[in-house]
Ligand binder design. Structure first.
Ligand SMILES: Nc1ncnc2c1ncn2[C@@H]1O[C@H](COP(=O)(O)OP(=O)(O)O)[C@@H](O)[C@H]1O
Ligand SMILES: [Mg+2]
Length: 315
């Protein structure tokens, strides 16, 4: 389960943030306002020296340091704008990352669904080109940014993510807190995954959470304005970076298809990517993340479909 969870009260945070920023930078902030929050924290916008900054607070202590490390590495390796870390801070009540502000709106905003096919395609190319720059950064081993220690992605993925998640989900299913059908499907798909798996030829830098909520664009032109919010950035099989492209309504912009049109993937990439997606989505209930039943159902339907395809091929 998640570590100690900090209660994020917006009023309390608003009263504390100005003094924390002052203590860390010597500067005053103005026009502080709450702008949103996803599964992991709450985010505020403010102005410092006339420039906008983002102040992100977390439920789980230490998250600010992990995100800062990931942002620094990713920002240095793509030409797409990303937040620059200003400082990180932690006390008993607050875990905070202060960073530069990325303009535009996150692409979950329905305004982008109304754009022309041409604009959507141009946007998808910008996203894929920026992401591909990370996928050119190679490493001798797979694993975390600070200590990549695994010779194979298979070992890293199954030992640190998939297998512990499957054990956790089995325990939940025993208690009636996770669907047994879903668990069975995950177990069946995992067995097939192990059968078709081939090791990627190299470990590459991935963002880990590049879904449309973490991609920012200009509401008028639909030009890409930045990438934000890495989670689980590491040295990985680059196909592990692709399932988030399809999350929510990523397919409405053809993000995954555009990536596939520019890169040759492994033979069973579609199956692998849905396995990664469904495992990740299900594991949210073990990791304190939010669960969106609609997305989970979509992921499991895709998994069922791709699993049947693989089974038919082997029949
Ligand atoms: N550096 C930033 N610049 C501009 N907007 C940001 C920034 N960081 C976060 N946001 C806004 O806040 C929302 C939630 O932040 P995010 O870092 O994605 O949090 P979570 O980890 O909870 O998903 C984003 O979708 C975005 O709209
Ligand atoms: Mg986010």
């Amino acid at each position: 389960m998640a570590e100690k969870s900090i209660d994020l009260n917006i009023g309390f945070l608003k009263s504390k943030l100005p003094e924390i920023v002052k203590s860390q930078t010597g500067k005053e902030i103005e026009n502080l306002k709450f702008i949103g929050g996803g599964s992991y924290g709450k985010v505020f916008r403010a102005e410092m020296d006339g420039a906008p900054v983002a102040l992100k607070t977390y439920h789980v202590k230490g998250s600010q340091n992990a995100e800062a490390e990931q942002l620094r590495t990713l920002r240095a390796n793509t030409s797409v704008p990303m937040p620059e870390v200003i400082f990180t801070y932690e006390d008993n009540d607050i875990s905070l990352l202060a960073m530069s502000f990325i303009g535009g709106k996150n692409v979950l905003n329905p305004v982008f669904l109304l754009k022309s096919g041409e604009k959507k395609a141009a946007f998808a190319r910008q996203v894929v080109d920026g992401m591909s720059e990370w996928h050119c950064v190679t490493n001798g081993k797979f694993g975390s940014l600070s200590n990549p220690a695994y010779d194979t992605w298979f070992e890293y993925y199954t030992e640190t993510m998939r297998n512990p998640w499957l054990r956790g989900l089995s325990a939940l299913a025993e208690k009636g807190k996770f669907s047994k059908n879903s668990l069975e499907l995950l177990l069946e798909a995992s067995e097939l995954f192990d059968g078709i798996y081939t090791e990627p030829d190299r470990a590459v830098l991935i963002h880990g959470d590049l879904n449309i909520m973490n991609i920012m664009a200009a509401p008028e032109s639909f030009a890409l304005t930045g990438f934000i919010d890495p989670c689980g950035s590491c040295f990985a099989d680059r196909e592990y970076d692709l399932f988030q492209l399809r999350n929510m309504w990523g397919d409405a912009f053809g993000l995954y298809e555009t990536y596939k049109s520019k890169h040759t993937l492994s033979k069973y990439a579609d199956f692998k990517v849905v396995c990664y997606a469904a495992m990740n989505e299900a594991s949210m209930r073990l990791r304190g993340g939010l669960i969106f039943p609609l997305w989970e159902a979509l992921n499991f339907n895709r998994l069922k479909h791709e699993t049947e395809k693989i089974k038919n091929e082997y029949r």
